[in-house]
Design a protein around this ligand. Structure first.
Ligand code: PEP
Ligand code: MG
Length: 806
């Protein structure tokens, strides 16, 4: 039984956020959740027709529970019921529960297989926990007439710092739902009443905090299993880490090279340099306000620059960090507060610092972990403005030296000054995390995933020696080690000079095989920086679509792609069609929330679902292809039929442009899905090239989400399983279809021979890596490379493969 849910709200944003919150509780729960919120023009309001459609869409035959916000939402929902089919109406329940709390418990309950009546009842009781917490009267717990005798019993202690809050409570309820067991829980520490373990709203009333003991009592055929599951969950701290308040476990550590190069020098750590409130400057309230406005303008400009850069180079999700900071900078409440403090006699800096401290303090005390994490963002904005007021040149993540940190936000990575940052060492993170991608793009050597212990020692070090190529991190090196690292640095510098001198020459192996070395670019500026690139092997066209409220039209896209083609000076450009969706939503492409966005409507799937978007983009591509050598490449292809549909869309675009098929317009796909790699022979007849996206291919092959620290060490592109997929792609491609790699692995100079041995004949890399990779190709001997590839394919793990690379 899966009861569907419909959220009716005056505000689309509110509904989406509530659905997102509920989604946190039921990841993978498979609940049909529809939203009918806001008006078509983006304004507030509800629409009975839209609600009726949402009810019909959410109904899978098991009924629908409709949750509404206030006032006319209820009237519209009632009207909507008049509009749906009789049988759907018979199964739909309008539930008076509070929208947010009700939705969360309803989602958990529906995911657990409850009936419409049960889901609605659960939702209706959703305020109990809050009421109890705030000292109000809560309905008596359900009488336990069905439970007699001790049954299966056990106790567990809550170890999570934030207690059995909503997320772990949802896990608990989900674990026992569906079992033939009546599970009761009691907070022994508070000597509270027994409540049903099948009800999220009741579990929340336990008020179980860190250190509290909870008694479990279960009856029924599955009682023992229910208790076993609960104890296992408790033992695992309900999937949260007990000691730190962080969701992600503290990495145990295996240093992973993330950005090549040598760094030698003193250490600096993030967050160690507190920003002082500058000494008070006299002046009238108007003058103080003027200073504050000036400082905010200064910071706004800087934040906007960083945000634009992040949007271009990293992604909208990360750029949103800066949007939030920009909003805070102009927050009317904060400004009112600071203004009032100025009126009361404070100078600009003191008024700003105190106003922001207040916001930070409120967030820091929030029970919710996510909100507490935002306190750091507030402190960041406060400090930036204080620095501007004090005339202090803005620091990049705190000064000069090798940066040692637990992790680095893309924001920090985006503003690090490479000239003052010899290297970065991170306890967590992964080589494909956006921060690492940025560090590579900016030429800052980095080693990630070193673990908490090594990071702690590194923080204490006087001097660190870091090799971002091998992953070596040496704390306080002795003179011999220092000399060794200096020699490595010199050798690298020499190699870089040689490489740059030869950058414009083709990359030909010792035995005469030409390997194309391209650049991955996201803008015309990147293309201009791609010195020596034989082509742009991957143009991430997302840059055109991010940070805006509507899709770019054909003319605008044409101009952007043309600018890249021109910056590449006649070299071929590979325009990848829009690769967003799922994890990277766009404002103007509203998508239902997905429990597993990386497995959802991404890349070409999204494009095919939005034919006009694809048609416009392909027309722009075709127009440019009439004047420049252009490849078009489709991302995230799983099935030949998708490719056939995409090719048809391309043919339609050629017809629409009306100038015939451009000479030399070639078509390829990205190989990012393991099944696609294994089926490459099926794709080969339909393409000119296959370009392997090792970033995604690795995450899918090893079931290790890119960017998730906790599995970074697993998601290693050198894993023999991933290499086998590359080999399979080459085998299936045959002789006529070029096999490229455009994922991050292509930029690893040490992997060049291996990839060539596996049959790859084009490597597309970050612009700064082009010259070095070309040089690495020139050192390759094809026979030896094939032997290396065979040995790597027979290796047990990535570590062994790395050993083969020397
Ligand atoms: C990849 O997946 O390897 C790739 C190049 O695409 P992106 O990193 O843009 O997902
Ligand atoms: Mg990809």
């Amino acid at each position: 039984m899966t009861v569907g849910l419909v959220v009716v709200s005056h505000s689309r944003a509110l509904a989406d956020a509530a659905v997102g919150l509920a989604g946190e509780m039921v990841s993978g729960g498979g609940v049909a959740l529809e939203v009918a919120a806001g008006l078509d023009d983006g304004g507030f309001g509800t629409d009975a027709v839209a609600i009726g459609e949402a009810i019909a869409a959410a109904d899978r035959g098991d009924g629908v529970v409709v949750l509404m916000d206030l006032g006319s939402a209820v009237l519209s929902a009632e009207l909507a019921l008049e509009l749906v089919d009789d049988d759907v109406r018979g199964r739909a329940v309008l539930c008076p529960a509070p929208l947010v709390e009700g939705l969360v418990v309803a989602a958990v309950s529906a995911a657990g297989g409850a009936s419409t009546a049960e889901v609605a009842a659960e939702a209706a009781g959703a305020l109990d926990a809050k009421t109890a917490h705030l000292g109000g009267a809560v309905a008596e717990p359900t009488p336990q007439e069905s439970v007699s005798g001790p049954g299966e019993t056990a106790t567990f202690t809550v170890r999570m710092p934030h207690g059995l809050h909503a997320r772990p409570a949802a896990q608990l309820v989900s674990a026992v739902r569906g079992l033939d067991a009546d599970v009761r829980l009691r907070n022994v520490t508070l000597d509270g009443p027994e409540v049903s373990g099948a009800s999220l709203s009741k579990v929340a009333t336990l008020g179980a905090l860190q250190g509290h003991e909870v008694a479990v009592r279960a009856h029924g055929d599955d009682a023992a299993e229910a208790v076993r599951r609960l104890l296992a969950l408790a033992e695992d701290d309900f999937g949260e880490s007990a000691g730190t308040g962080e969701v992600a476990p503290v990495p145990t550590g295996r240093p992973i090279p993330a950005s090549p190069g040598i760094g030698l020098g003193a250490v600096r750590t993030t967050g160690t340099t507190a920003v002082e409130v500058p000494p008070a400057r006299p002046g009238t309230p108007d003058e103080q306000r003027g200073r504050l406005d000036e400082a905010r303008t200064d910071v706004r400009g800087r934040l906007q620059t960083v945000r634009d850069r992040a949007a271009r180079e990293i992604g909208t999700a990360e750029a949103a960090i800066f949007d939030a900071q920009l909003l805070l900078l102009d927050d009317p409440d904060v400004l009112d507060d600071a203004g009032a403090r100025v009126d009361a006699g404070a100078d600009a800096a003191r008024a700003w610092a105190d106003a922001l401290d207040e916001v930070e303090g409120r967030l820091a005390a929030a029970p919710d972990e996510y909100m507490r994490a935002r306190a750091r963002d507030v402190a960041d904005v406060r400090d930036q403005v204080l620095r501007a007021l004090g005339g202090v040149v803005p620091e990049d993540a705190a000064g000069e030296g090798i940066l040692v940190a637990d992790d680095l936000t893309p924001a920090d990575a985006a503003v690090l000054d490479p000239a003052r940052t010899p290297a970065v060492v991170l306890a967590g993170s992964s080589p494909t995390a956006h921060a690492a991608i940025l560090l590579r793009a900016r030429g800052v050597p980095a080693v990630v995933g070193v673990g908490a212990a090594l990071a702690a020692r590194a923080r204490e070090a006087g001097v660190l020696a870091v090799d971002g190529t091998t992953g070596d991190v040496v704390v306080d090196p002795d003179p011999a080690t220092l000399a060794d690292f200096r020699a490595r640095a010199q050798a690298l510098a020499d190699r870089r000079d040689d490489a740059l001198r030869a950058a414009h020459e083709p990359a030909v192996t010792r035995d005469g095989t030409t390997v194309l070395v391209g650049a991955n670019v996201g803008s015309a500026a990147d293309a201009a920086a791609a010195v020596g690139a034989d082509l742009a092997g991957l143009v991430r066209t997302e840059f055109c679509f991010l940070d805006r409220h509507d899709a770019p039209d054909v003319d605008e896209q044409e101009a952007a792609y043309r600018a890249i083609a021109e910056a590449m000076g006649g070299q071929r450009i590979t325009l990848r069609t829009l690769d967003v969706g799922g994890d990277k939503p766009l404002d103007y492409l509203p998508m239902p929330p997905e429990a597993n966005p990386f497995l959802g409507v991404r890349g070409l799937r999204l494009a095919l679902a939005r034919p006009q978007l694809l048609a416009d983009q392909l027309q722009a591509v075709v127009r440019v292809a009439h004047d420049h050598p252009v490849d078009v490449m489709f991302p995230m292809v799983a099935d030949v039929h998708e490719l056939t549909a995409a090719r048809q869309a391309l043919d339609d675009a050629v017809a629409a442009v009306g100038r015939g098929r451009p000479d030399g317009l070639r078509v390829g796909i990205m190989v990012e899905i393991p099944a696609t790699a294994l089926k490459s022979a099926a794709f080969a007849p339909h393409v000119d090239f296959l370009s392997i996206g090792t970033n995604d291919l690795t995450q899918y092959a090893l079931a290790a989400e890119r960017g998730n620290d906790a599995v970074a060490a697993i998601g290693d592109a050198l894993d023999p399983g991933v290499l086998a997929l590359i080999a399979a792609t080459s085998r299936g491609a045959g002789d006529d279809v070029l096999v490229a790699v455009c994922g991050e692995l292509a930029g690893d100079e040490r992997a060049a021979a291996l990839l060539i041995g596996l049959g790859v004949r084009e490597l597309s890399v970050a612009p700064a890596a082009v010259a070095g990779v070309k040089q690495a190709v020139r050192a390759v001997d094809l026979d030896a490379a094939r032997e290396l590839a065979a040995a790597a394919l027979g290796s047990p793990d990535a570590r062994a493969v790395r050993g083969l690379l020397g």
